[in-house]
Design a protein around this ligand. Sequence first.
Ligand SMILES: *Cc1c(COP(=O)(O)O)cnc(C)c1O
Length: 422
Amino acid sequence: MHHFHYRNDELYCEDVPLRTIARDAGTPCYVYSSATLQHHFRVFDSAFEGMPHITCYSVKANSNLAILAIFAALGGGADIVSGGELFRALRAGIPADRIVYSGVGKSRDEIDYALRENIMMFNIESIQELDAINDRAAALNTRARIALRVNPDVDPKTHPYISTGLKKNKFGIDIEEALKTYARAREMSHIEILGIDCHIGSQLTDTAPFIEALKRLKLLAGRLKESGISIRYLDLGGGLGIPYHDELPPPPREYADAVTRELGDMSCTLILEPGRVIVGNAGLLLTQVLYEKKTPSKQFMIVDAGMNDLIRPSFYGAYHHIQPVVHKDRESLVVDVVGPICESSDFIAKDRELPVMKPGELMAVMSAGAYGFCMASNYNSRPRAAEVLVKENQFFVTRKRESREDLVLNESVPGFIGEMAR
Ligand SMILES: *Cc1c(COP(=O)(O)O)cnc(C)c1O
C-alpha cells in the first residue's frame, strides 16, 4: 500500500499535488511519502512481534537523514556498510547499540570509528577482517561484538548483480569454513561472538530461498552449540522484494510466519535488515518531458532525469512503472524514455507503451524510493536532484538540489597551471 493516487485526474502524494512540488522544488526530484514509510516499517516490524527481534533498516537502500530519522523514531536500528552510513545513522538518532555493520571491505579507519561508537555488532566477511578487527579492538582497549556472515550457497533466483549468497559471490564466509573460523574467533582476546549472519540477495519474490538459508544457519548453530559456542543473535539480512511490475513477493507477514515456523523452539533474537521492502514503493522520481524525438526506427521521449539520477534501469535492466502526473484520455505510443546523459544506456524505459506526454508535462517514475537517489552521481556534471518528504498536506525539502558551485566545491587548480598560460 502506498499514498500516491489520482484525485480529479491529478497525481498526488498524500494530500499534495505533485504539480505543486515540481513548481516549488523543480525537476528532477525525488518525492517520498512519510505515511507510506511509516506504514511499511510498522507492517514489517510488527510481522515479527511474536519473536524477540530488531529491525535494522538497511541504510544503503535510501540514506536520506529525514528518512533515517523516521525509522529512528519508530524504534528501528540500522544495517550499515560504511563509515559514512554509520555517521548518517548516528546523526539521524539511531542508537549505536542497534547498529550492525556488514560489508567485505571495512577499512581500519572505519573499524576504529565503529569501535569507538560501540556499535552492536560487526558482521565479519573474512578471516583477515576478523584478525583486523581483533587487532584494532586490542589497540583501542575494547572488545568487538561479532557475527560471522556466512555464505549459505543458496540461489535467491534474482538478478545476478543482486544475488549475494552463492558460492561464487564475494560475500560472506563459506559455510563449510565457518566452524573453523568461529573456533578461531573464540580464541581471540578482543572478540565476543554474538551471532550468525547471512544476506543472500535482494528483490527476492519467494520465501523458499530464505528458508533454505535459515535451515543451513540452524544447522551451523547446532554444530556451534556442540562445540560450546552459543549463538544469541540470528541475522537473516534483508532482501524481501517488492512489486515493481507484475512480481508477487510474499507480504512481510507471510515471510515472518515462514521464518518463525522454521525457527521452531530455537531461542535467539532475530535481526532483520530490510531495505527495499520499506522504502521502495514509498518514493517516486518526478521528471519533466523535454522533447519528443522520432527517428526512423524509434520514438523517444526525452526527460530531464537521467541515469545519473536513477541508474536502476541502465544498471540492472530494472522496470519502473511510469505515470503521467495529469491523467487524461489520450493516445498511447511505444516509446523509449531517455535522459540527457551522453550514453546510449541512459534510459528509464525501453519499448514501453505509454500515454503520449508532451514537452513540459510531468511524469512520475514509480517505485523509486530504494536505490534511487542514494545511487545518484554527478556524471555529465549534473547537480544531484532534490529530495522532498511529504506529510499529509505539507512537504519538506529534505535535501536541496545541488548547485553548479557544489559541483566544483572540492576541486582546485594548482598554481603551475596558471603559469602555463603566460
Ligand atoms: C543491501 C543489503 C540489505 C538490504 O537489502 P534489500 O534487498 O534492500 O532489503 C541488507 N543487508 C545487507 C548486508 C545488504 O548488503
